[in-house]
Design a binder for this molecule. Structure first.
Ligand code: ATP
Ligand code: MG
Length: 243
């Protein structure tokens, strides 16, 4: 997690500017979420924008324990889909109230690596839990703190799989979700696409087959056009004056 102190919150109060955005990144494993978040975070940080980067599940001490339980603990082999859903929502409830909402309130951009849409897709569709229950629990966990913008990095399941296999493994080992068959990922991709059709204003679909640089530029263009008050804060590089 990264953060810079700033006077933006005070500036916001004086100028009645809208708060800085909460942006989530979604898509199947290996689509490039973490890569693009790192690029965007770097850009914002260099521009002096106050920023908080978080991830789901996790992002708080309680959430990180839940993350370990969900993804890597040997006991998770016996976990039911219902228990899995509730653990994701528990982690999210904590993250929203302990980290995301306070950061937005003090005038910080928040980037989240996955958020509630992941639960809609993975638990609601791929794990075939009751989608109304999933929607209800999502709204209970999130409250009013929905992202202003969500980037859905869309990629076909075989390409995502190839990227995942090429990736350097974290010390904790293979994630439980990564052991699912290809069909599971195909369902995930379709479910994300359906969700984007239902919420076209919030969810921006990006073709994630392009190069890392191309995708970074596309994401930046969208952010610049959607959040003019954010780009206004980025001052152009100072020109040296000749006397
Ligand atoms: N546009 C791209 N073209 C080619 N390779 C890419 C691209 N974006 C990311 N990669 C590579 O693919 C791998 C997976 O990327 P990344 O870890 O960012 O995906 P992710 O969506 O965060 O996956 P996960 O959900 O499993 O965390 C990494 O090795 C990364 O360098
Ligand atoms: Mg990642």
């Amino acid at each position: 997690m990264r953060e810079k102190s700033t006077t933006f919150a005070d500036y916001q109060k004086i100028e009645f500017m809208p708060r800085l955005p909460f942006i989530s990144f979604e898509g199947s494993e290996g689509c490039g979420k973490s890569t693009q978040i790192a690029r965007l975070a770097d850009r914002l940080t260099k521009a002096g924008i106050p920023l908080l980067v978080t991830r789901e599940p996790g992002g708080t001490p309680i959430g990180e324990k839940i993350r370990h339980l969900l993804q890597f603990a040997p006991e998770s082999v016996a976990m039911t889909p219902e228990a899995e859903l509730l653990l994701f929502e528990a982690s999210r409830s904590q993250l929203v109230r302990e980290v995301i909402q306070p950061a937005l309130d003090r005038g910080t951009v928040v980037l989240s690596d996955r958020f509630a849409d992941s639960t809609t897709v993975y638990q609601g569709v791929a794990r075939r839990l009751d989608q109304e229950v999933v929607a209800l629990l999502n709204s209970f966990a999130v409250g009013h703190c929905w992202p202003d913008l969500t980037f859905l990095l869309e990629i076909d399941a075989p390409t995502a799989r190839t990227r995942m296999l090429r990736r350097v493994r974290p010390a904790a080992g293979i994630d439980r979700m990564e052991q699912e068959p290809l069909k599971f990922y195909e369902e995930v991709c379709l479910a994300y696409r359906d969700l984007a059709k239902r919420e076209p204003h919030r969810i921006q679909v990006i073709d994630a087959r392009g190069s890392i640089d191309e995708i970074e530029e596309e994401i930046w263009e969208i952010i610049s056009s959607r959040f003019a008050h954010l780009t206004q804060l980025i001052s152009p590089p100072k020109r040296s004056r000749r006397s």
